[in-house]
Design a protein around this ligand. Structure first.
Ligand SMILES: NC(=O)c1ccc[n+]([C@@H]2O[C@H](COP(=O)([O-])OP(=O)(O)OC[C@H]3O[C@@H](n4cnc5c(N)ncnc54)[C@H](OP(=O)(O)O)[C@@H]3O)[C@@H](O)[C@H]2O)c1
Length: 306
């Protein structure tokens, strides 16, 4: 595993597994009645895929370390994923894995103290420290005050590094005005269709590490249909997902991938045995069309995002 050093000297792994699930509680066998109700509901809605995906994500988490990944992305907003991580990693020594979790929007909207939210996260995760703690979204009118609270938690040593998510340059500039400590990480949507060159330059200058979510753009049809991507895959003999994740590594981003199958998990981790040439990097850079596939932090309904 390769590691990245954050601006405060703390080291975190260079690739991360995203554990965003729909409902962990209901995938637990012991909650039989609730589980049957949930399964029936998903069948009636013809939506059993979500239930199957959750089970697959749990399985991938349980086998993550043996498949080479020891870094997990979660949030208070991810359907019980924090609790899932505690259960799945219970046999793993705490210093063998890394956790990034986030203070959710509903807590910001209700003005719940960051300390209370963090304590609940640590309880759910069954840990006594968090590696990277971040604000999930820059909720308007709230995020600057919450940043000051994160600085306090960092000073107390409860979290090894602090950061933000979904912050654009203008959000980071606002934080800089009030910050004693600048964010060490910004977790944003970033992939070949939305390569965020300007934000990446800005973060490089400010020593803010980018973590890239929806890192493969969920293999969007525009990526699948790209002749340029096909060319790079042919030249390297690697899959589309592997080529994109490798592009992130060589671009200096920490990619976060999600999968519900062990086969894809293993594939996604097999990206440290090849290198993209400068020309192949340029080809992938050229695919950018500034296409966002998820929410935009300048135009979103905060309460709908957890
Ligand atoms: N901070 C934020 O606001 C925020 C927002 C969104 C997401 N995130 C984080 O980012 C993580 C990943 O995001 P994401 O799920 O949107 O995007 P993603 O990782 O780009 O895409 C996941 C999709 O790609 C498929 N896939 C993965 N590996 C594959 C492979 N080797 N071959 C073929 N298909 C493959 C998966 O299907 P299979 O299950 O079939 O493999 C799944 O449908 C989330 O879990 C979460 O932790 C953070």
């Amino acid at each position: 595993m390769e590691y990245k050093t954050l601006s405060n000297g703390y080291k975190i792994p260079s690739i991360c597994f995203g554990t965003d699930i729909v409902n962990y509680e209901l995938s637990l066998k012991k909650r039989t009645a609730q589980r049957i109700k949930y399964i029936l509901k998903t069948i009636l809605r013809r939506d059993t895929r979500k239930f199957k995906r959750d089970k697959g994500i749990v399985e991938c988490t349980v086998h993550s370390l043996e498949n080479g990944c020891n870094f997990f992305d979660t949030s208070r907003a991810y359907g019980g994923s924090e609790r899932m991580l505690q259960d799945s990693l219970k046999k793993v020594k705490r210093d063998s894995y890394y956790i990034c979790t986030k203070l959710n929007n509903s807590a910001q909207l209700k003005d719940i103290p960051a300390r209370t939210v963090l304590e609940e996260s640590m309880k759910q995760l069954g840990v006594d420290y968090i590696d990277v703690y971040m604000l999930h979204w820059p909720v308007e009118g709230k995020y600057l005050g919450y940043w000051k609270q994160l600085e306090e938690l960092y000073k107390e040593g409860k979290v090894k590094a602090i950061g933000v998510s979904n912050c654009k340059i203008h959000h980071l500039k606002e934080i800089e005005k009030i910050a004693e400590i600048m964010p060490m990480v910004d977790e944003v949507e970033l992939h070949p269709l939305l390569s965020e060159a300007e934000l990446r330059d800005y973060c490089r200058e400010k020593k803010i590490q980018i973590m890239a979510y929806t890192s493969t753009a969920r293999l969007d049809f525009r990526i699948k249909a790209s002749k340029r991507m096909e060319q790079v895959c042919r030249e390297t003999g690697k899959s589309l997902s592997q080529v994109i994740l490798r592009w992130h590594i060589q671009s200096g981003n920490i990619p976060i991938f999600n999968t519900s199958t062990i086969k894809h998990f293993k594939d996604n981790m097999e990206i440290f045995d090849f290198t993209l040439s400068d020309n192949q990097m340029k080809i992938i850079d050229s695919i950018n069309i500034n296409a966002r596939t998820r929410y935009d932090s300048d135009n979103c309904e905060w309460d709908r995002l957890g």
